[in-house]
Ligand binder design. Sequence first.
Ligand SMILES: Cc1ncc(C[n+]2csc(CCOP(=O)(O)OP(=O)(O)O)c2C)c(N)n1
Ligand SMILES: [Mg+2]
Length: 773
Amino acid sequence: MLKPATAPDISALKAVEERLRWLSAWTIHHANHVRDNADGLKVGGHQASCASMTAIMAALYFHALGPNDRVAVKPHAGPVLHAIHYLLGTQTREALENFRGLGGAQSYPSRTKDRIPVDFSTGSVGLGVAITAFASLVQDWLAAKGKLAEDQRGRFVALIGDAELDEGNIYEALIEGAKHDVRNLWWIIDYNRQSLDATSADRMFERFDEIFRACGWRVVELRYGKRLAAALDAQPAVREWLESLPNAEHSVLTYQGGGAWRTRMVADLGAGSEPFLADHDDAQLAELMADLGGHCMETLTQAFDECSADDVPTLFIAWTVKGFGLPFAGHKDNHAGLMNPTQMTAFAEQMGVAPGEEWEPLGPLGGNARAGVEALIAAARIHRDKRPRCFGQLTVPPIPAPTGEEQSTQAAFGRILLDLAKSGHPLADRILTTSPDVTVSTNLGAFVNQRGLFRRQDLADAFAKAKIPSAQKWGMMPSGQHIELGIAENNLFLMLAAAGLAGDLFGERLVPIGTLYDPFIARGLDALNYACYQDARFLLVATPSGITLGPEGGAHQSINPPLIALGQPGLRHYEPAFADELALFMGEAFRLIDDPAGESTYLRLSTRNLRQPQRANDAWQADALAGGYWLREPGPGAEAAIVAMGAVMPEALAAHEELSADLPGLGLLSISSPDLLHRGWSAAQAARWQGRREPGHAETLLSRLPANAGLVTLCDAAPASLSWLGGVCGQRVAPLGVDRFGQTGSLADLYATYRLDGSAITEAIAGLLLPNG
Ligand SMILES: Cc1ncc(C[n+]2csc(CCOP(=O)(O)OP(=O)(O)O)c2C)c(N)n1
Ligand SMILES: [Mg+2]
């Protein structure tokens, strides 16, 4: 691992810290109190959260970080990151002046929306921390395959608000990381002992270090700065007193200042406090008591230097004061607190910033101090421009559909991946598969047998060695492509997020494929959203799904994921009924992973064996890719159509055959993506407002029917997944689907109970065509 290039220039780093504290506070102040505010909404920002971290971030960015290191910055310290890039010359004054405005610097660091290089977006606390563990794992995966040279590798740093430690996803990642012997991680806690609402509970003090140590981490606690440590060393009684002070009272005294510290020490320690207090007036005392490890440049740089030489995952607990150096330092309500204009003027004076010079990057610095800071900035090894995103590395081979008269989409998925693994096509080498303990039951097993499990050190399959027959070969090796996760679906999505950013993080586009049971998407929903928000690219295969799972019962029968997908940007839902559709959508998903304008794909699959259709030609394919195609064309003047999706297609086909005698021209529309159809519908409205007439695919399909036709929609999911289609051309709809929890049962029983069968379709059509019947 890279060591810091030079000994730290402490005074220059301190000057940088002041600049960061000023610029972050000013950026927020400007947005709230200087810039025009037409709508009167509070703009907001977190001056206290920023001031808490400026020393830590100065020490990191201008001393400790190497060129390949990647950082997830605590969301509320976003303005500090922008200030750093302003000093480095990679952020503009214009973007800072427009902080939290349209096109300006974002409130929380955003990979896609900010113009500065942001390694990981943050905002939903906890997720930015955990993704660094998975990014480190992806780095090891690539390195083990010779895809990432030694000098291209780096460390993954998470800057963490201490209240983020309440997020369970951090511990899920910690445990998974320990299993994989994760390394090159620095998690740095801004331990200001304040959250949004309040000060932290004392009972968790000295517990986090135990948790991390138990997982094999090195824990470095930076409690005191050099000056305070020396003062307390000389007066052990004061140290004992200070360390027994409840956190809330510590915060009160920090807020009240030197006079309050003095009064309290005299009251609690009597004459014993005199030697400690004697040399300091109130202002000096306040400063001394705020000299915590996370504000002391010597302490920080020394700690970072000491841990730079190895790759041991390290937790730094840097004690800090929330709002350090600001008038509301330590106040429990300071989270969203903003300095008022009077306080800001006083702060400017204190920082030596003259009126009109607020945006000067180096502000009041002159002479040697300025030269020192300029040298520090020039030497910052993390300095880099935003890299262009990395696309165009994949060639997608044709994906043939598995043959077989009867197939389930889940089994076909396994076959397609197996064929790819055996084909030796370069795309297969870029596939990283992963699953939270459902590799075998989602049909990933055959691929894993071919390509192995990833582990930095070889580990033979004990069962195979003992010659015990098993369908699964679980040999672990550096060349292995599958990353097996414990049952924590949140980790699956963070893994997909990290692997889906491999192109941007490491210059190597991967094809991440993750599998899980469809209902458990909900378990990792925020992490899925987080992955999409960063435009990570992957293929999510959710199987099995719906009440079609039959005897497995209601706890495993998913209902609402198609609705989730309908509302999730950056994720395209396809729900194939047949194996040839699946093959088509998998090819498309691979293409989308490597297309700058692409997105991730969610395939909702099933274990139900369906008789496969005989196709006359490939004409259906373009329409299927766009979201739906006529499986049975409607006749002229057709009064009705059945509109069906996925595993219930046999019921739709049978009903179609039965009803066609009485309803000539009855159509059967196969929906492959309600998500795409809805987007097309919205886009058509937007185009119309701009004077263009570009019907969406749903309109093109449904305009084959008269405006007064009836639609029976049918899916093994929430009926709203398809019922909205009636709005496209104004046709009447009878929606069939699942809107109660499922239960155990045979398919015939369940389809009858939940009204997904032929008689339900017949009744629904009758209801549409004979409203009084
Ligand atoms: C998942 C999630 N829940 C809630 C919030 C709202 N929120 C933002 S910051 C915060 C507390 C932050 O405290 P801490 O992590 O200690 O940061 P500090 O500002 O003290 O440095 C909360 C609850 C959020 N951003 N994300
Ligand atoms: Mg905090």
